[in-house]
Design a binder for this molecule. Sequence first.
Ligand code: PEP
Length: 251
Amino acid sequence: MRRPLVAGNWKMNGTCASVGELTLSLNEVALPESVDVVVLPPYIYIDRVVSVLANSLIGVGAQNCSVKPGFGALTGEISAAQLKDIGCDWVLVGHSERRIELGESDELVAEKVRVVLDSGLRPIICVGEELSERQSGRTLEIVKRQLDAVMRIVGVESLGEAVFAYEPVWAIGSGLSATPEQAQEVHAAIRARLAENSKELAEKARILYGGSVKPENALELFGMADIDGGLIGGASLKVNDFSAICRAAGN
Ligand code: PEP
């Protein structure tokens, strides 16, 4: 039985005031104990979110990290070692906005996964197809390619702490979620691909669904056999919606 996980990706949103308010509300809202809950604030707010949530069960992570490990000369970058130092537990890697808008390749994403794991943090690894790829019947091919790069470069034996997230690009921020059946098909394919390399990893790995998850569709999505929780964008900025989604994952 895999423990559900719900992660809130705050993206490039928030100000000192709004992040402070959201974090205080999260600290007070009732969340199910049977679900791992994680928030991913912008880098500059992580420190204060970690402080406010220090006595809660909510984990904190970053939305990205440098591909370079450790410390040193790389202007403007933030390393996994620094994220660990300020109290992060998680790092999101390979979000489609970074793959597409910032040109992150499958190989770069995989190298980042390795750095995250080597730094003692847990990666949430995003994969997913664009609309044109789905329309041309290439969804599973794309997702397998993204997944295979991680397995090849990191090695399945090192992926025990990794979480995977299937996020169809066309469903992100569009209000257009995949149907539970569409999502389940890809989640099952991801698990099957993992199983070809390691049955143990496939059984254990949590695979989250992301793409316009809302309180209204969360229960149905999370009810599918291979969906182990969600990666939530827009709805994670509203404490009532996010907590309702967390409760749906606990049902
Ligand atoms: C995301 O960006 O990871 C995401 C799933 O966004 P949204 O929930 O807003 O579609």
